[in-house]
Design a binder for this molecule. Structure first.
Ligand code: SAH
Ligand code: SF4
Ligand code: F3S
Length: 470
């Protein structure tokens, strides 16, 4: 598709602003102060989307509540990545029949990745008749218009056409107060890893203009945000669709020039598109955190092939080796899937051995979950769940021991952290993060939140470090 067709015209965005105003006026004329309950599931991209949806709701005159019972509108911004994620949402939808019975005027909205699945939309249409509005991620910017339709027609509205997806700039946003902010730099995914639903629900890869990204980061830094994460399903293919020869390392270099005291990080990176130049740029740019989330999924080349990942164990290890050669203190994390259809025990143990060989600081581990509509869901999957669970538990044991060992290596050292909030631990009431994004629980006073500090690490376990300001 041509760029002009992808970028949502300013006139369309202005039209959506008009619908926001109409809804606001409707509530004002009734003397109502509407409340919305917004719940987001899934990844940071979805969290970032949720903040835009809240921005639009705020413009429509809504304030926010945690209590679905008192809400005039309940919005579930959903995730489809694993079956469990979907079950949770159906559970929540079921519970909402009660609040709707008590308050028939309540509007229930289902959006996000699950909403884009035909199978889900069909089930909601037939069996969850209390849901008023269903739309997928590509229709997010049209939320005001869709909601207006619900209020005006009093009918159910579904907007779930399979779309390439656009880029909508200038949408309002409600961010968390504090020090962390998310910035989507691109949307969609073209990779079609055989197990993954994302390309089917988030449309094709499309990159925001660098000028728009730079302006947003500058604004965030000026507003006092200090830990900014750039988001994309595969940030390493940023710019490929722009045909300007401007790629992700160029964007990082330009962001790094923005003055201020802040860290910028990014996720996720696909190993097939990670380059030595990316690591060189990370190493030389002081604002770019020396932290890398590089999902490898499997340590076995046959399984990687079946997953359509387009790299090998060997090339993955070379990337890590190079990255560490230019950034000796690099914190590395990854995602892993155990029990891909047809994976043998020996192949799963190749994944464990890769984990041992690399020595990840932390790992996000998943048991394969079949997603209807993906290629892998069609493959024979003879290994019983209990067997996969055993491999998975072994992997966790190996990783937990390694995380604990790496964390123990911090004890006695002084590291720079950003204090980002309170912790639930009474003895260490503050939570903070290292440049590598490791959690440090701190002794100290709330007034330190938002500050960079040098802290001495005094203790550790598998999950966290403990420290005191020096
Ligand atoms: N775009 C990111 C991944 C987003 S999904 C990337 O490619 O790195 C986050 C993680 O969920 C994936 O890395 C994968 O490990 C896991 N995942 C995706 N689909 C899955 C499935 N069907 N079953 C189990 N885990 C899955
Ligand atoms: Fe899914 Fe692969 Fe795209 Fe990541 S790169 S979102 S795992 S298809
Ligand atoms: Fe889930 Fe969609 Fe993110 S499927 S992991 S919310 S892209």
């Amino acid at each position: 598709m041509k760029r002009e067709e992808i970028v949502v015209p300013e006139g369309e965005i202005a039209r959506q602003r008009d619908f926001q105003k109409k809804i606001r006026t409707m509530f004002q004329s009734r003397g109502a102060h509407p409340l919305a309950r917004v719940e987001t599931f899934g990844c940071q991209q979805n969290v970032a989307d949720g903040q835009r949806l809240m921005g639009m709701l705020e413009e429509m005159g809504f304030a926010f509540t945690e209590d679905a019972g008192e809400a005039n509108l309940v919005l579930l911004n959903t995730c489809a990545i694993r079956e469990h994620a979907e079950q949770r949402v159906f559970g929540n939808l079921g519970i909402l029949t009660h609040s709707k019975k008590e308050n028939p005027e309540q509007v229930i909205v289902l959006c996000g990745c699950m909403a884009q699945e035909e199978r889900v939309a069909k089930r909601v249409r037939e069996s969850y008749r209390h849901v008023d509005l269903v739309f997928g991620p590509q229709a997010l910017w049209r939320f005001p218009e869709l909601l207006w339709q619900v209020y005006e027609t009093k009918k159910r509205v579904f907007s779930i056409a399979d779309e390439h997806g656009g880029i909508a700039e200038g949408l309002p946003v409600v961010r968390e107060r504090g020090v962390k902010a998310w910035v989507s730099i691109m949307y969609g995914c073209n990779n079609f890893c055989s197990y993954c639903i994302v390309p089917y629900v988030r449309g094709r890869e499309r990159s925001r203009e660098s000028a728009a990204v730079l302006a947003e980061v500058r604004e965030l830094v000026e507003a006092g945000y200090k830990d900014i994460t750039l988001l994309g399903q595969n940030v390493n293919s940023y710019g490929n669709d722009l045909d300007t020869g401007y790629h992700f390392p160029d964007l990082l270099e330009d962001i790094d020039k923005i003055p201020g005291d802040y860290w910028v990080r990014f996720m996720s990176s696909h190993p097939k598109d990670a380059t030595p130049r990316l690591f060189d740029v990370m190493a030389k740019c002081p604002h770019v955190a020396e932290q890398l989330h590089l999902p490898f999924q499997s340590g076995n080349d046959r399984v990687l092939g079946e997953m359509n990942r387009r790299y090998t164990r060997g090339t993955y290890l070379e990337l890590i080796h190079y990255a560490r050669s230019v950034m000796p203190g690099l914190v590395v994390t990854s995602d892993v899937i155990i029990g891909f259809p047809g994976e043998t025990e020996a192949e799963a143990m190749d994944t464990v051995s890769l984990v041992e060989e690399v020595g990840f600081d932390a790992l996000f581990t998943f048991i394969y979950s079949p997603r209807p509509g993906t290629k892998a869901a069609e493959l024979p999957d003879p290994v019983p769940r209990e067997e996969k669970q055993k491999w998975f538990d072994h992997l966790l044991e190996v990783q937990n021991a390694r995380s604990a060992e790496i964390h123990a290596g911090y004890v006695g050292k002084t590291v720079r952290v950003l204090v980002d909030g309170e912790s639930e631990d009474g003895d260490y009431p503050l939570s903070s993060r290292t440049e590598g994004n490791r959690l440090v629980r701190l002794k100290g006073d709330k007034s330190l939140i938002g500050r960079f500090l040098d802290v001495k690490i005094t203790g550790s376990n598998t999950w966290a470090l403990y420290g005191e300001a020096v």
